[in-house]
Design a protein around this ligand. Structure first.
Ligand SMILES: Cc1cc2nc3c(=O)[nH]c(=O)nc-3n(C[C@H](O)[C@H](O)[C@H](O)COP(=O)(O)O)c2cc1C
Length: 404
């Protein structure tokens, strides 16, 4: 019998809810029946499972810090033990391919210094094969829609949740009016023109020169500094926690002059594209739509760039650090704003989305998800003249007339 250890990458959650008992409903009882369940949350699988009292007792009988023989715990319960192992709740030294992979992930998360709460958040909120069009319009027990709400959806939300919070925060205290000066110049004009584009003109490709400019001015390295002991800080046009710049860029190219459609990695050191996979233009678009969770307007962009964090680059320094994962998300946010501004300056439309099928993107790029994970996708292209119906019509707003 193999040796076993409970994975330390498991959380437990007691869930109190209700359900409709159909047989009782057919007898004319319309009340909701209470449902109390214990969930074991497996970071290794990115899934949560309902566990019975017996399974829970077995899990608690297995230590997470030492290997023990399964004989010691599994008398008459080897099938249960195998089920728990396949759910990533215990790891075993069994040579089975799936169980070996789960053991490898368990060890990687520990060796690479993941913070347990960061791992819980990252792996349990990662999407696979989600299509936002299929999601309900309002938050249910299990999720919230990303799709644009129509008038009926909003009415339903207001009915369920009451009126939405005001757009501006009200904070009590003395009030000091600030000077409001109208500024001119490229930076201010570019900031004013920046917007999310959701309609692209496929007839005119993006040029190779434009793509090179966007990638270089967003992700390109502009300075390096050896901090100590071989740790090299990197300078880009965006800030990065610890100057580590752990976020990598993977362009998915559909419509760029002189560059074959396909999936690439942007090699920062040599400012070059490395081919991951060649695609036809149509399959590049289909992949773009799938990776942006069914958002066909983003799937039609000329170029998408998958942003993926190299976790060991960050966690080597910020070891099991409570804030390190938040810094990765902020890094991705900064890069996305720089990307949008460079595109705007070039006259290209741009967007960012966090509604992404990260698990699918990682598989397609051949990434080990414990070491490199997708955070967001940005994209750009030749914006078409007509406004997307998804784009809110923003009326100009100013707190008051500018002083000068
Ligand atoms: C982190 C982040 C995620 C976003 N995700 C989506 C998305 O999934 N789909 C989408 O259509 N827009 C997405 N947006 C764009 C916002 O809807 C957009 O910024 C907002 O409507 C304001 O419009 P503007 O960017 O033109 O000012 C996202 C923006 C941010 C910053």
């Amino acid at each position: 019998m193999p040796s076993v250890r409970r994975s330390p990458w498991v959380f437990f959650y007691r869930h109190d809810g209700t359900f409709v008992d159909v047989p009782r409903l057919l007898e004319g009882n319309v009340e909701l029946t209470p449902l109390r369940r214990t969930l074991a949350i497996s970071i290794l699988k990115g899934e949560e499972y309902v566990v019975s009292a017996d399974e829970l007792a077995l899990l608690f009988a297995i230590p997470s810090d030492t290997w023990i023989s399964s004989d010691e715990v599994a008398t008459g319960s080897s099938a249960t033990l195998e089920r728990l192992a396949r759910r990533g709740l215990v790891v075993t030294d069994d040579a089975d391919e799936e169980l070996t992979e789960l053991r490898r992930r368990d060890q990687r998360l520990t060796d690479d210094q993941w913070h347990p709460y960061a791992a819980l958040y990252h792996f349990l909120t990662r999407w696979r094969d989600v299509d936002v069009e299929q999601l309900p319009a309002w938050a249910g027990e299990t999720g919230t829609s990303t799709r644009l709400l129509n008038e009926a959806d909003v009415a339903e939300l207001v009915r369920r949740l009451g009126t939405p919070p005001r757009p501006f925060a009200d904070v009590a205290g003395p009030h000091y009016e600030l000077p409001l000066t109208r500024r001119r110049g490229r930076l201010y004009e570019t900031l004013a023109r920046r917007k999310t584009s959701r309609a692209f003109d496929a007839r005119v490709p993006v040029t190779g020169d434009e793509l090179g400019t966007v990638l270089y001015y967003t992700f390109g390295c502009r300075g390096i500094a050896e901090v100590f002991g071989g740790l090299v800080a990197v300078k880009k046009t965006s800030p990065s926690g610890g100057a580590l710049h752990p976020v990598e860029a993977y362009p998915l190219i559909a419509n760029v002059e002189g560059i074959a459609p396909g999936l690439y990695h942007y090699d920062v050191e040599s400012h070059a594209l490395r081919l991951v996979e060649t695609l036809s233009r149509n399959s590049a678009r289909r992949l773009a739509r799938h990776l942006t969770a069914g958002q066909s307007y983003f799937g039609a962009a000329h170029v998408l760039v998958v942003l993926a964090a190299r976790f060991p680059r960050s966690f080597w320094k910020y070891r099991r650090h409570q804030r390190a994962y938040a810094v990765l998300l902020m890094d991705a946010g900064h890069l996305s704003q720089t990307f949008s501004l460079v595109c705007t300056e070039l006259g290209l439309g741009a967007f960012v989305t966090a509604a992404v099928n990260g698990a699918n993107a990682e598989e397609r790029l051949g990434l080990d998800p414990t070491r490199e994970g997708v955070l967001a996708i940005v994209g750009c292209g030749r914006a078409s003249a007509e406004r997307s119906e998804l784009e809110p019509e923003f009326a100009p707003f100013a707190p008051r007339r500018a002083d000068s």
